[in-house]
Design a binder for this molecule. Structure first.
Ligand SMILES: [Fe+2]
Length: 206
């Protein structure tokens, strides 16, 4: 996978590497099988209390790997905003964690009259965190020198239709902030055409 990592850098907000679903389909299809696992989805539906659907085929966040390999790799405070008509749930799974990175979060930031509850956890390999993306304010703290962190993320939605006009905004955000134009706008990245790590466009390069 490492030869397909797209490095991205948004000053003051995020820095790291990503591999989206299209590359995963080519190189690690067992991850896609886990994403569609009925047993996993049943468990998550039991927690969410509602029916969950896989993200549409052109959404690179459906399943993605995040590689933190350089000092300072992180993502600042944000929500996993849903561009869909319904809710968007996030699953974070620890794959490699030789790092001091933490998932810091704040519960109830958007709930009226409820006190905000802060928290912080480390996600060990095999550890799983599940939340409603629009409800949990969260960040990953910066990687330090000599550390490595790889995590896997799954995205499920309650409605596969995107809000009107938001598809292009969502795709541009994914191209600039995560996976690069090649991974986002190509329907399917072909193995032989995946570039080694490096600048894909002027905006993404570091
Ligand atoms: Fe997030």
């Amino acid at each position: 996978m490492q030869s397909a990592v797209n490095r991205n850098y948004l000053p003051g907000h995020k820095q790291g590497g990503s591999v989206g679903r299209h590359v995963i389909d080519e190189r690690a299809p067992f991850i896609a099988e886990l994403y569609r696992s009925r047993a996993l989805i049943d468990m998550l539906e039991g927690i969410a209390g509602e029916r969950l659907l896989p993200s549409p085929p052109d959404d690179p966040h459906a399943y993605a790997l995040y590689f933190y390999t350089r000092p300072g790799d992180h993502i600042g405070w944000h929500y996993d905003t849903s561009y869909y008509a319904g809710r968007r749930y996030t699953v974070l799974i620890g794959v490699i964690d030789r790092s001091s990175c933490r998932l810091d979060y704040e519960l109830h930031t958007r709930a009226q009259g409820v006190a905000v509850v802060p928290g912080s956890i480390q996600i060990p390999p095999g550890g799983l965190v599940f939340f409603d993306g629009d409800a949990l304010r969260h960040r990953i703290t910066p990687l330090r020198e000599g550390e490595t962190r790889v995590s896997l993320t799954f995205e499920y939605v309650t409605d596969q239709h995107m809000r009107r006009g938001w598809r292009l905004i969502s795709k541009l955000k994914d191209a600039l902030g995560y996976f690069g134009f090649r991974q986002v706008f190509a329907r399917r990245a072909r193995l032989g055409r995946v570039r080694p790590p490096g600048p894909v466009s002027g905006t993404e390069s570091q």
